[in-house]
Ligand binder design. Structure first.
Ligand code: URA
Length: 190
């Protein structure tokens, strides 16, 4: 299977009740061959309307951080979510919804094999790193699993609510850029 075939199938998924309450499945954005992934929680209203992850207010903040760190969804980053359909009223996706949707993230993972995975917020970090992961205490730490490096930082939506964490979060993006430079120097040759 290619990532395009995987996307086509995912866009037709009705495996959990979330699909009935949203406009469309939101699969991915950015460069599928990028070594750096950013994984959020679930689409919000703007993402649900446009079919693209992180295009609302939090996505705009994310893009500003990426650009300031020398990263970009057009060049060297791939973006997706744990859950591909918008939960009603933007509530947290339920554990069973997260698990049902993981079939897609696992397939994306097998197909694309990222070198670095940045979890955006608690929901992604607790699913992909550890169930008791604390973003406040452990943001910016690195954990290796089967050859992929995982780290986490605050969800950009949380930074809009608690701007006092923006400086520390931006530092996490700088560390991601530095790690990517070490692992894949070619990525930054223009
Ligand atoms: N929040 C997320 O976690 N993902 C998106 O795509 C948008 C907002």
């Amino acid at each position: 299977m290619t990532i395009d075939e995987c996307r086509t199938r995912c866009l037709k998924c009705e495996a959990c009740p979330l699909r009935a309450g949203c406009t469309q499945v939101v699969f991915d954005a950015g460069c599928p061959d990028a070594p750096i992934w950013l994984v959020g929680e679930a689409p919000g209203g703007s993402e649900d309307a446009q079919g693209v992850p992180f295009v609302g207010k939090s996505g705009q903040l994310l893009d500003r951080f990426l650009e300031a760190a020398g990263l970009s969804r057009n060049k060297n980053v791939y973006i997706t979510n744990i859950v591909k359909c918008r939960p009603p009223q933007n509530r947290d996706p339920l554990p069973e919804e997260r698990e049902a949707c993981m079939v897609w993230l696992r397939r994306q993972f097998i197909l694309l094999r990222p070198k670095i995975v940045v979890c955006l917020g608690r929901i992604a970090a607790q699913k992909l790193i550890r169930p008791d992961f604390s973003v406040t205490r452990e943001h910016g730490h690195w954990e290796e699993k089967n050859g992929t490096l995982f780290t986490a930082t605050w969800h950009p939506a949380s930074l809009l609510r608690y701007p006092e964490n923006k400086t520390a979060s931006f530092g996490d993006y700088i560390e991601v850029r530095n790690k990517a430079r070490l692992l894949c120097p070619d990525l930054f040759e223009s």
